[in-house]
Design a protein around this ligand. Structure first.
Ligand SMILES: [Zn+2]
Ligand SMILES: [Zn+2]
Ligand SMILES: [Zn+2]
Ligand SMILES: [Zn+2]
Length: 979
């Protein structure tokens, strides 16, 4: 099923290998493999370049930015704090591995005179300095904070690091895919022997969070497929709860989902009490007042029908299927786009002008209308979609930036003016200080079409929202439409099917009133597109033509909307075609009838179309007949999928009775589906299903399943207008999927993932391979690693007197439910290299140098003694056998313990102790109790993310103790933000 893997761009010297600790390897790498340049220079940053896959189609420049922290405008590391490495001292250097975006505005006609803001990725006038969207001047922002990098990974000199972002093709990468990019990162980490790398999975698309979707589909996050494991869960989640939650959702039977949704009491759209959610829901349904229940059932039924005996049985199976189909459809689209480009090139070479004129004008008009519709829907054009695999919405740091400075939602505490109430570190994710990209008024990211399409296609949702309610009216009243075209569904003219209980397996069979055109396109557009398609077929002269080619050539004729073409091609084979002679001679046979044949090519699996051959057809013009009588007797052979637009066009659609759908499908699928060699039955079924669907269909269905089933299981939501106490409880007990709500919450609350590349202990035994060949050259082992050197793992106690600042959550030895907030006195252990027969002084020297080089605060660090060697003289030989591979603890002085470089997490002390069990800053939004100064999650004390924080607030404990006579209510209800 997986597409053939694309090669991973990499260094020319594939055998290059390093055998030392990261801090040495990275220096050797930069020295030997990269070229220093001043391509980009910024305070404290040195740039180097290495070209990957030189001379191939995948050639890419990887930049290595060496950042010297003492000279840098930033000090602390947000990512370290979020994953729980806040106690690491700040390293002297950190290394950024970046592949810059290859996006080029000059390739986009719609971006003429514009450029992309590097911070929020919105389009802006090229000469503007400050972006209107985010208010930032990206020219003054560090290149290390750009959101547009295709790949950005950072490693602190001690080998711990963070994968900051991967922006694959969907986010604008022209050449490299997300898979390729993350595998380049894998190669960097493995080559240089990175220790541990964290990633924050906040990748999403139109509000669909992949960290929920992916574990349901395949048990892992996207990063999980590359070995990134549960790192740290917010709100007290653990690896075990995370795994369990994923399993519960994945294995939940679809039959139970159907049961629950069927037994839901019909509601209006406001099935949620949450206003935001309600808005989002209404939005997602194109503003219709229809409940999502039936839609969910319809989606399940649709894929049951499409997949036949390979239909998914579990929720996980359904989600996995949707994601796979989406990939297949996108792959097909891409192939088609290439075909289109080729044919355009060819026609240019032939010097053909193409049919400009009326078509182009119509298209432009259409585009303008779409743009207007989008504007009306309140969304700005997001021209760059970075969120496919986007990571970490960080604010660029500047000199003097301290957490708390940005005061999102922050209210000055009257007692301690310095301290903000909301940990800015825990910037509420719901209200990022900087929108990553323009959001709709409802806070949802607008579901724009991929902005990198050659031609804009209408956004189904916005089109739907703006046009759908008017479609009928337009059709009835619009005088510019010369004739009414009855679409296939219209002709079918299903009698109002009273949905029999038995048929609901297929989804709700709702009959709406007589409709004309159930698609989202006007009749005129359908006709134009159909005519273009048959013209393409006519020009091909009675030979079968692959569907993709028809589609591509029709696009070349000026039909910009691929969704429309898909729609047309699905129905076209049942249309009659009239061929008219171009020379207007009123002779006999001036018009001829013809029909369109469709088949599936047995070897390629592709659908192919042919226009019946008619004498003299090369000099004729083909047009389709869409009148009611034309296809009278062809109902059962119709190959069109059932109620394809049901989700998006709910208001107008009528779906056929289930049995009829089934019947049609079987009559169509059976004779035509020919197994492709090498594919399993399931794969064949999937390929076939993918051909019946557009990417819009899949985007919509994925979103619907996400919103109604995964994110918040709809049948378990409280009914509006009913007290949730009695009725709610009773209803809940009958809901089979009631537990799914909590499970989804766990997955959503787990954002930190971590991968261990090389456990530091394993460096003890790592040896370069012995030299090969007569020249004595090792295959890849390089200095500074000596095959004969000894390796020792050293733990350095840098703060023997234990006077350093406290770090919250450091000490996990819980006593009586209370945790001590301890002092971290040791940076992570390091492997040091010793000469073959070392003296104690050699060990001390090596350790001094190692830690002095690594950490800013240890610049003057000196080992005073090594545990176990207290009475040994410096000049004593330690004995190679005894010391090689040993673990040694050393104590030393000279650490600058008051420096802000002491901890990656900064010097601030936070006492975190939340009701959910969290004792540590987990990056979530928190609030501090005025009385005991303990921080807790706002969510855990019932302050919604959308809510401001109250000016005064005391925790329930303090409230009960009566420490505070008055205050803002323990439950923290209202509060109403504002500063
Ligand atoms: Zn870090
Ligand atoms: Zn911006
Ligand atoms: Zn909590
Ligand atoms: Zn308190």
């Amino acid at each position: 099923m997986e597409e053939p893997a694309e090669p991973i761009p990499w260094l020319r010297n594939k055998d290059l290998a390093y055998y030392g600790p990261f801090r040495d390897n990275v220096k050797a790498f930069i020295k030997n493999e990269t070229e220093a340049d001043d391509f980009y220079v910024e305070g404290g940053i040195l740039g180097h370049t290495v070209t990957l896959a030189k001379g191939t189609k995948y050639e890419a420049n990887m930049r290595v930015y060496e950042e010297t922290m003492l000279d840098s405008s930033r000090v602390h590391c947000d990512c370290c704090r979020c994953i729980g490495w806040h106690h690491h001292p700040v390293t002297r250097k950190q290394y950024h591995f970046i592949i810059h975006t290859d996006f080029r505005a000059d390739l986009k006609p719609e971006l003429k005179g514009k450029r992309i803001c590097q911070i929020c990725t919105a389009a802006m006038p090229a000469k503007d300095k400050v972006c209107a969207s985010c208010g930032e001047n990206d020219g003054e922002t560090s290149i290390l904070d750009y959101q547009t990098h295709l790949m950005h990974g950072m490693l602190h000199a001690n080998g711990c690091g963070h994968l900051m972002r991967i922006n694959g093709r969907e986010a604008g990468s022209r050449v490299l895919s997300g898979q390729q990019l993350i595998q380049i990162w894998e190669k960097v980490c493995n080559l240089l022997r990175a220790r541990e790398v964290s990633v924050e999975d906040v990748s999403q698309k139109y509000g669909v969070e992949f960290r929920l979707l992916n574990p349901v589909a395949c048990g892992k996050t996207w990063y999980g497929t590359f070995g990134y494991q549960f790192g740290k869960g917010s709100f007290g989640n653990t690896a075990a709860t995370h795994r369990k939650a994923a399993e519960l959702l994945r294995n939940f039977p679809l039959a139970d989902v159907v049961h629950d949704f069927k037994n839901m009491r019909p509601t209006r759209a406001n099935s949620s009490n949450n206003l935001l959610e309600l808005k989002a829901e209404t939005e997602s349904q194109g503003g219709s007042l229809h409940s999502g229940d039936d839609e969910t059932l319809e989606v399940i039924a649709r894929y049951e029908v499409l997949m036949g005996r390979h239909a998914p049985r579990t929720l996980g199976g359904l989600v996995a299927l949707l994601l796979r189909l989406q990939r297949i459809v996108r792959r097909n689209d891409k192939a088609e786009k290439e075909l289109l480009l080729r044919s355009q090139r060819e026609s240019k070479e032939r010097g053909e002008g193409g049919d400009e004129g009326a078509d182009a004008k119509a298209r432009r008009r259409e585009e303008e209308r779409e743009a207007a519709a989008k504007r009306k829907a309140g969304t700005s054009e997001a021209l760059f979609e970075p969120l496919a695999f986007q990571h970490h919405s960080k604010r660029p740091k500047r000199v003097g930036y301290k957490r708390g400075d940005d005061g999102v939602n922050g209210v000055e505490s009257p007692t301690s003016p310095q301290q903000r109430r909301v940990m800015s570190s825990a910037k509420p994710r719901a209200l990022p200080s900087r929108p990553l990209r323009p959001r709709g008024a409802d806070g949802l990211v607008p579901a724009t079409e991929s902005p990198f399409k050659a031609e804009p296609a209408p956004n189904p949702r916005h089109l739907a929202a703006s046009i759908r309610p008017q479609v009928k009216r337009e059709l009835d009243l619009d005088p510019t439409q010369p004739k009414k075209l009855a679409s296939r569904e219209g002709k079918k003219q299903a009698k109002p099917s009273t949905s029999a209980p038995g048929s609901t397996k297929m989804g709700s069979s709702k009959a709406f009133d007589v409709e004309v055109n159930t698609s989202r396109w006007s009749d005129a557009r359908i006709e134009t597109a159909s005519n273009h398609c048959v013209e393409v077929l006519r020009e091909h002269g009675g030979k079968y033509m692959p569907r993709q080619e028809v589609r591509a050539l029709a696009r070349a004729k000026g039909v910009g909307d691929t969704g429309l073409l898909d729609h047309v091609l699905k129905n076209i084979s049942e249309r009659r075609v009239i061929l008219t002679k171009t020379a207007p001679k009123a002779e006999k046979g001036a018009t001829q009838r013809a029909s369109i044949k469709r088949r599936q090519n047995a070897s390629t699996g592709q659908l192919e179309y042919m226009l019946e051959s008619v004498p003299g057809m090369s000099k004729m013009v083909a047009s389709v007949v869409i009148s009611a009588g034309a296809s009278g007797g062809k109902k059962t052979s119709s190959p069109a999928p059932p109620s394809k637009k049901s989700g998006a066009d709910k208001v107008l659609i009528k779906s056929e009775p289930a049995q009829q759908q089934q019947q049609r499908r079987t009559t169509h699928v059976k004779p035509e589906t020919v197994k492709r060699p090498g594919l399993t039955g399931e794969q064949n079924a999937m390929e076939e299903a993918a051909r019946q669907l557009t990417r819009d269909d899949l985007d919509r269905d994925i979103k619907l399943v996400y919103k109604s089933v995964l994110e918040h299981y709809k049948p378990a939501r409280p009914r509006p207008g009913r007290p949730p106490s009695k009725d709610g409880k009773g209803a809940k007990s009958k809901v089979r999927g009631a537990d799914l709500v909590a499970a989804a919450r766990v997955l959503l609350d787990t954002k930190q993932f971590v991968k261990t590349y090389v456990p530091v202990e394993s460096l003890l035994t790592l040896r370069p391979p012995p030299p090969r060949g007569p020249d004595g050259q090792g295959k890849g082992g390089r200095p500074p690693m000596l095959a004969k050197g000894l390796r020792v793992l050293v733990t350095a106690v840098i703060d023997a007197k234990n006077k350093g600042p406290k770090v919250s959550g450091m000490d996990v030895s819980a006593k009586g439910g209370r945790r001590k907030h301890g002092v971290e006195t040791k940076p992570p252990p390091e492997v040091v290299l010793l000469p073959p027969d070392p003296l104690l002084s050699d060990l001390k020297l090596a350790v001094n140098k190692c830690f002095q080089d690594l950490y800013v605060v240890l610049a003057k660090f000196k080992v005073s003694y090594a545990v176990g060697f207290e009475s040994t003289k410096d000049a004593t030989k330690l004995g190679a056998k005894k010391i090689g591979g040993a673990r040694v603890e050393v104590h030393g002085d000279g650490a600058d313990l008051e420096s802000e470089f002491r901890y990656q997490g900064g010097l601030d002390q936070w006492v975190v102790r939340c009701v959910c069990g969290t004792c540590d800053d987990d990056g979530e939004r928190m609030i501090c109790c005025d009385a005991c100064e303990v921080w807790m999650h706002t969510r855990c004390v019932s302050i919604a993310d959308s809510q401001g924080t109250p000016r005064k607030w005391t925790c329930a404990d303090c409230e009960n103790k009566g420490k505070v006579s008055s205050g803002g209510g323990g439950g923290g209800g209202g509060g109403g933000g504002g500063n």
